[in-house]
Design a protein around this ligand. Structure first.
Ligand code: SF4
Ligand code: SF4
Length: 370
């Protein structure tokens, strides 16, 4: 519920635009920075996946609530034993498709099936331009070549996949190398993710394997102001809006402000539970019910956490986010991450808090602080 201009509470319907399906509990990689930490699925071990019947039932219930697209992620979504049927169901329902994959299982045939969906967008994780570093990050030998092959298959199917690199101390010198590799593979863009202190990523932060805020701010300026001029690929450096040049976000050539659209999404975990997003796998407070027994409409309209976010974003954001002039675009960057670290929906984003403490936050992006 929202407050209108007179302060009265207004019953506003929020459209459920997109569902993030975390299709599999297992993953065929064991990345040292993973924020979900699925069980490693190699050899003969097998972990559960979302039931296909439940997937279809959720889609059916979600369409009247406004569903226009789905994101398939994991674990590794292409590991789902019925991934082809899932893609067919997405096509039959004319839903836009986003896939986040490590690329290992992306065969030519599967790539063609993804390409046949509506406005497909695929991102593939690739953390380095050489096997040694990529496989150090991703925990499985041989995965570098397999991932590149997956990207080639997507390109052959007519897609322009996005390469995603998560930046750490070990691979920071390969940022330009990743851009050149992405060019040679035929990718459409490269995104540079900041390694979040969540689950396995939190351990990397504690071990000093991540970059400092100062280094991340410096690299961001270099990527956005210099490296991006050296390539035809679109480069996205995923730091918060306060650190981005206005010209990169707004105007004819701007790419907007990257938020997940938290007020219009819902997560579905591999065990069939509803959650804010994949954070539900490690934070039970952010799991909202079971698809096998709860009606989606009830979950969407009556869950306390979702309604709190609808009424509280962005007025209730605290700390640096509460004072930030970008907050209505950025929405505090990642509520799941903020909650993971603090158990509060309104906690400020760690990166910006830390940058402010170190004098790296632009005062011009803040309302005057007392
Ligand atoms: S980051 Fe992705 S590919 Fe790596 S272990 Fe986690 S879910 Fe699997
Ligand atoms: S201070 Fe908060 S609202 Fe502002 S850019 Fe950073 S994360 Fe976003």
């Amino acid at each position: 519920m929202d407050k209108d201009k007179t302060g009265k509470t207004e019953n506003r319907k929020y459209s459920l635009n997109q569902i993030y399906f975390y299709l599999t509990e297992g993953c065929n990689l064991r990345c040292r920075h993973c924020w979900i930490a699925p069980k490693y699925q190699g050899g003969s071990n097998y972990y559960p996946s979302l039931s296909f019947d439940l997937f279809c039932s959720i889609i059916k219930q979600a369409k009247p609530l406004g569903l226009s697209g789905v994101k398939l992620t994991g674990g590794e979504p292409l590991f789902h034993p019925q991934i082809r049927e899932i893609l067919e169901e997405i096509r039959a329902n004319d839903l836009r498709l986003i896939v986040e994959t490590n690329g290992l299982l992306c065969t030519e045939g599967l790539a063609r099936e993804i390409a046949a969906c509506k406005n497909p967008f695929v991102s593939v994780s690739l953390d380095a331009a050489n096997a040694e570093t990529h496989e150090w990050m991703r925990g499985v030998s041989g995965c570098f070549e397999a991932t590149k092959e997956g990207i080639r298959n997507l390109v052959k199917a007519g897609l322009k996949p996005q390469v995603i690199m998560t930046m750490a101390r070990r691979n920071k010198d390969q940022i330009e190398g990743i851009v050149r590799l992405a060019e040679s593979l035929g990718a459409g863009s490269v995104k540079f993710n900041i390694l979040q202190p969540t689950v396995r990523g939190e351990q990397m932060h504690k071990r000093g394997e991540t970059l400092t805020i100062g280094e991340l701010v410096e690299l961001g300026a270099w990527v956005e102001n210099s490296l991006s001029d050296s390539t035809d690929l679109r480069l996205f450096y995923d730091h918060p809006a306060a650190f981005r040049p206005m010209s990169k976000m707004f105007g004819d050539s701007g790419d907007g402000c990257s938020t997940c659209g938290i007020l219009g999404i819902l997560g579905v975990l591999a065990d069939g539970s509803y959650a804010l997003c994949g954070i539900g796998m490690n934070v039970p407070d952010l799991v909202f019910g079971e698809a096998s027994s709860d009606r989606l409409k009830d979950v969407w309209e009556t869950t306390d956490v979702l309604n709190a976010l609808r009424s509280g974003l962005t007025d209730r954001l605290e700390g640096i986010c509460g004072d930030c002039l970008m907050k209505n675009f950025c929405l505090g960057s990642c509520i799941a991450q903020n909650y993971y670290l603090s158990k509060s929906l309104w906690a400020p984003f760690w990166f910006c808090e830390e940058a402010y403490k170190r004098g790296l936050f632009l005062e011009t992006r803040l309302r005057p602080r007392s």
